[in-house]
Design a protein around this ligand. Structure first.
Ligand code: AFP
Length: 330
């Protein structure tokens, strides 16, 4: 059972090699603690009256589930006590949570406590996503909104926890992508997927094809050609972003979500809480993520809850799409 390194052993070792102070190990372990607590609650959800809608909408206009509220509370309460962050931003909160307790910290964290939560009641995999930046504001006081309006390429760490057939924590600090599986028996994250790299073959596509009718023509055509230009092409769409990207990263694949309605420029995915951290992970695994016009990691957020398209996965396919899309928009 103990043949795999634990999360703390692995991160401490990596930090020591990079000449770090050990602070990042503490940060990742704290995120891991909240992940374990969410995983525990989720596994008991059917018997603890925590399934279903909470009866409100969040800052992004989505219907909030009871487990969204619970996971958000757990993240905010637990991370606020750690003094690791001078501010937090959650997909569930309108504004940032500025932290007096962490005023001397150099870091801020943005998170989506439970992504894909409309799937929870049906036992479909969901996830937690996080993005960590160094603060831009002056230390000695709580962080400010400008600490969160930074491009994804400046993240110092990002990752996700996927609550699926097993619970996994996947992260990167810019030295590859590493995945840990939660051993429920001993409550430890064990290294199970070191140095994740996207395989070369890109046969899977994941798209909500119900929106095809309101996509732009270039995107419609690109997906048609992807489907018909490869005998092995197959569709896999869970509708839970973390799960769709996790599978595609391990198997190779294309995640395809242009503007849902290109005339209205309406998009669902959130730059700070979903696109930036997941693009960072995909990039570290050898892939690429674009809006069609821009490398997602280069975009400076206009506000906390900005929403944009995302096409992500194997670099050569995503770059081909970007080239065609840009040419049609020039
Ligand atoms: P929820 O957390 O509201 O379920 O949203 C999840 C999500 O952002 C992402 O995880 C899914 O891939 C996407 O929305 C699904 O949205 P559609 O149902 O509009 O395709």
């Amino acid at each position: 059972m103990l043949e795999h390194p634990t999360l703390s052993q692995f991160v401490l070792d990596q930090e020591a090699k990079a000449g770090g102070s050990g602070q990042f190990t503490d940060i990742l372990l704290d995120i891991g603690v909240v992940g374990k607590a969410i995983s525990y609650e989720m596994n008991r959800a059917g018997i603890s009256d925590i399934l279903g809608e909470a009866g409100v909408e969040n800052a992004s206009g989505d219907v909030v589930q009871k487990l969204d509220v619970r996971s958000n509370e757990m993240f905010i309460k637990y991370l606020s006590k750690t003094e690791h962050f001078c501010a937090l931003a959650s997909e569930e909160e309108e504004g940032i949570v500025a932290l007096e307790s962490g005023k001397n910290s150099d870091y801020v964290i943005a998170f989506d406590p439970l992504d894909g939560s409309s799937n929870i009641d049906y036992n479909v995999s969901v996830g937690t996503i996080f993005s960590i930046h160094k603060r831009l504001s002056k230390p000695g006081r709580p962080g400010t909104i400008k600490d969160f309006l930074q491009p994804g390429k400046d993240q110092v760490a990002a990752g996700y926890i996927i609550y699926g057939s097993s619970t996994m924590l996947v992260y990167s600090t810019g030295q590859g992508v590493h995945g840990f599986t939660l051993d429920q028996g001993i409550g430890e994250w064990m290294l199970s997927h070191p140095n994740i790299t996207i395989p070369k073959a890109c046969d899977i596509y994941s798209a909500n094809e119900a929106y095809t009718r309101t996509w732009d023509e270039v995107s419609q055509r690109f997906l048609e050609e992807f489907k018909h230009g490869n005998d092995k092409a197959t569709s896999r769409h869970i509708g839970s972003l973390v799960a769709d990207l996790h599978r595609n990263m391990l198997k190779g694949g294309l995640y395809f979500r242009p503007y849902d309605d290109h005339k209205k420029k309406s998009a669902k995915l959130r730059l700070n809480y979903e696109l930036k951290p997941l693009a960072y992970i995909i990039n570290q695994a050898g892939g690429y993520a674009t809006t069609g016009l821009d490398n997602i990691l280069e975009i400076i957020p206009e506000d906390l809850h900005q929403k944009l398209p995302m096409i992500a996965g194997n670099a050569y396919i995503v770059q081909e799409y970007e080239t065609i899309f840009k040419a049609s928009n020039s």
